[in-house]
Design a protein around this ligand. Structure first.
Ligand code: PFF
Length: 453
């Protein structure tokens, strides 16, 4: 392998900063909004079990593979492949990642916008004294509108672009270190309230007692998609972030910490939501509105609910922001490094283009709710295609690249920090990336897409 040059690029300042920023990307609406509703639609406990297997058997190694590529190449998601495999078509993985980034940000910003609306409603004491029916109804009215959801989405995209424009170290890294732990504390407080509601036990049963009769074959792919989405893998986000990680960072430890933190928060979100779902008689398969209907109910019943609701939606919006920033960074790093644009120009163009596409996702709940393409709205297509198809496909190609192209010598060199760490696990890791992960993901595709049977 040729000597790796170290161009002067922005980078993370400290080890804690790396974990905070990467965990900031991983932990977001995927854990608190998407995980509960997808688990709710797909049977609860059995889904959780499959999800956990995927996180640790596939997600963690893919995360490590992405870090390895990014830190070795010191480039953006597409440029990394060009640098490590010059003249070969591997860079197409990066291109696919850019497409996935567009789709994800387009629909993610819809939901992120909802968190801002709910922050305002919480501040106006909008949940107080309302029944479950009223809270459900007011969510539906808001969601199916046009002006407010689009406005909030654009506000959110603006905030994302603003942080990216400012650069990584002094923006994301600084704030995530403080805010993420605070979010966890708050979730635990809300969990306690939820668990002490009457009828909470049914919710815990739903989440933790697997009922395999509820499992359809496509659930396997949906669980894999959720794992990929939640861990931010499969589209080059972690290649890009990996390229900002210092050379002395212990990558396997970082990847394990981030995967574990992400999973713990998803489970806590489940513990926060499901007891309340059953206590208030809400349908667990309610869909994307689930947390926005359930949470106000909990706050309404909670001592200090007014205060906690405001704090919660602030933190949720921030958790979403540290994720949207990481998605936009993929596109901006690509535009600026590969297409030679200035960072500010790249930021404006990417954010504007994604916002325009995003409006269609937002309107899918209102004026465009009847505009179905093969039975799905535009929002549903972006969500389905990115999480369940593009990310798992990206993940497969990434592990194949690391396993079969980059090879053991390079991987060992990178993961052991050029021999400074022992790297005992490298052989196991190679078996996973060469065989186990690609085969498992392929199987999930075959079953999930109903290609057989
Ligand atoms: N992992 C984020 C979440 O769980 O909210 C969403 C996400 C961020 C997905 C970055 C993909 C990505 F590249």
């Amino acid at each position: 392998m040729a000597n790796i040059d170290l161009p002067i690029r922005d980078s993370f300042g400290s080890k804690l900063g790396v974990v905070a920023a990467t965990a900031g990307s991983a932990v977001g609406l995927g854990n608190i909004w998407r995980f509960p509703y997808v688990a709710g639609e797909n049977g609860g406990g059995a889904f959780l079990l499959i999800y956990l297997c995927f996180v640790f058997a596939i997600g963690f190694p893919v995360m490590l593979a992405e870090f390895t590529i990014g830190r070795r190449a010191q480039r953006n998601a597409l440029g990394s492949f060009k640098k490590l495999a010059p003249g070969k078509p591997w860079y197409l993985i990066g291109l696919m990642g850019i497409v996935a980034a567009f789709m994800i940000l387009a629909f993610y910003s819809t939901i992120a916008g909802w968190t801002l609306e709910y922050l305002v409603q919480a501040s106006l004491n909008g949940f107080d004294g309302k029944t479950t029916d009223q809270l459900t109804r007011s969510f539906e009215i808001f969601q199916s509108g046009s002006f407010r959801p689009v406005l909030w989405q654009l506000v959110f995209m603006f905030l994302t672009a603003f942080i990216i424009y400012k650069g990584v170290k002094n923006g994301i890294e600084k704030y995530t270190k403080i805010l993420m732990p605070l979010l966890v504390v708050l979730i635990i407080i809300i969990c306690i309230r939820s668990l002490t509601l009457e009828g909470a036990k049914d919710g815990l049963d739903f989440l933790f007692r697997p009922d395999f009769s509820k499992i359809k074959l496509n659930v396997i792919l949906i669980a894999l998609g959720q794992a990929a989405f939640s861990l931010s893998i499969g589209m080059g986000t972690l290649i890009t972030y990996g390229s900002y990680i210092q050379k002395d960072n212990n990558l396997p430890v970082t990847a394990l910490q981030v995967s574990t933190a992400d999973t713990v928060i998803a489970i806590l979100a489940g513990v926060m939501i499901f007891p309340a779902v059953f206590a208030f008689n809400i349908n667990p398969a309610e869909g994307p509105g689930l947390v926005f209907i359930v949470l106000p109910n909990i706050f309404e019943q909670m001592a200090g609910g007014y205060f906690f609701s405001i704090l919660f939606f602030i933190l949720l919006a921030i958790a979403a922001l540290t994720s949207t920033v990481s998605v936009l960074e993929v596109v901006v790093a690509y535009f600026s490094e590969e297409l030679n644009m200035s960072r500010s120009r790249a930021t404006v163009i990417a954010a504007a283009a994604i916002s325009i596409v995003g409006i269609f996702a937002t309107l899918s709940f209102g004026p465009l709710s009847k505009a179905l393409i093969f039975g799905k709205t535009i929002f549903e297509w972006f969500d389905y295609l990115s999480a369940n198809i593009l990310l798992p496909l990206g993940a497969i190609l990434i592990v194949l690249f690391v396993g079969w192209y980059l090879g053991k010598k390079n991987v060992r060199d990178e993961l052991s920090n050029r021999g400074e760490l022992k790297g005992k696990f490298v052989s196991t890791f190679m078996v996973i990336v060469k065989f186990i992960a690609p085969i498992a993901i392929t199987m999930a595709f075959i079953y999930g897409l109903g290609l057989i049977g």
